[in-house]
Design a protein around this ligand. Sequence first.
Ligand code: FUB
Length: 375
Amino acid sequence: MNKSTLLSSKHPSLFYAALAFTVFCVSCNTNTKKQATTQSTTVDSVPSEVKTEKYPVLVSDLYTADPSAHVFENKIYIYPSHDWDSGVPEDDLGNHFNMNDYHVYSMDSFGGPVKDHGKVLELADVKWAKKQLWAPDAAEKDGTYYFYFPAKDSSDIFRLGVATGPTPSGPFKALDKPIANTYSIDPSVFKDGDDYYMYFGGIWGGQLQRWDNGTYKGTDTYPEDDQPALTAKIAKLSDDMVTLAEEPKDVIILDKEGKPLLTGDNERRFFEAAWVHKYNGKYYFSYSTGDTHNIAYGIGDSPYGPFTYQGVILKPVLGWTNHHSIAEFDGQWYLFFHDSSLSGGKTYLRSMKMAPIEYNADGTIITIDAMVEQP
Ligand code: FUB
C-alpha cells in the first residue's frame, strides 16, 4: 500500500481534497534554488478544524512541522521544518515535502506567546544542497549554536548538514559540505553530560534502505519481514560538533523477550524521526513508526541502546506523518509534535503543537491522543 492509499483509507474526504488541490497546483512551481527567495510562505486562512483539536497550533501564519525543541537561555526554542505549498504532487518518496528555508521560534512559557525569529537559513545559502530541507535540530556547546539539517545533494541523495551561529536563533552559516559519513534524514542531537550524540535515519523517502554500512547502493533493499528491521543510526559527535567521532551504529530496539523488532512489525518498528531524552537516569529512544503513524518509544541504559520497546507516546494525528521531540522546561516534560489541522488535513502542510507529558511511577509514558476533541 502506498502513502496515497494509506491517506485515502485513513481520511478519505481529506485525501480527495488533497488530491484535487495537488492536481490543481501541479504546474505552479518546480524545485529550484532560485525560487527559495520568491515563494509565498504564508498561510492564507485558518480553517475551523483547528478549533476542534485538543491542542492549539503554536503558529498560524506559516506552516511548521517536525518541531525539535530545546531549552536554551531559559526559554523554549523550537526548530521546525517550514512547510509550504510548492505544488509538487504527493508520492512515496515525499517529494511534496519541498521545503526551502527554516524559521526558529521561542517561548517563555507553556501557553505563552510564540516568537518567530524569522528565516535563519535558506536553501540558496547551502552550497552543497539542492532541495528538500527536512526535519532539523540544534545543539549548543561553549556558547556556539549548531543547527543540523538534512537536504538532497546534487545527486538527489539525502545528506546531513550543519550551520553555526552565535545565538539560539542564529544567524546560522552553513558549512560548505555535508557532515562526512552522514546520510538519510532527521538528525537529532542528544547531550549527555559533556558528550553529544547524533541520531538519524528514515526509510522510504528518507533513503535509509539505500545504504549498507555507510555505502550508498542506489536501490531500495529491505530485510524480509521476519528479519530485524532497518533502524536509526547513532554516532558520537567530535569535539568540534561538525564531524562524527565514530562510524554510525544501529540503534537496536528489542521486544520484551530481548529480540530485535522485525521488519514486518509495522506497528512498532522504526521508520523515522528519532529522538532521545533522559528521565530518571534512563534513556528514552522515541521515533515514528511511519506507515502506522505512531510515536513509539523504548527505554535503555545507554545512549547507544539497546532500547526495550514500551509502547506509544502519541497516537496517529491528522495527516500522514507523525514527528516529535521531547523537552523539559520548569520541571515539566513536554511533547512537541505536528498535525495537519490548520490546512484541513493536507499531508505536506503541517503545524506544530505541544502537550504536557506525564510519566507513570514505573517510568512509562501515558499515551497522548491529540485527536480527541474539546467538549
Ligand atoms: O518533513 C519532512 C519529513 O516528514 C520529515 O523529515 C519526516 O520525519 C516527516 O515528518
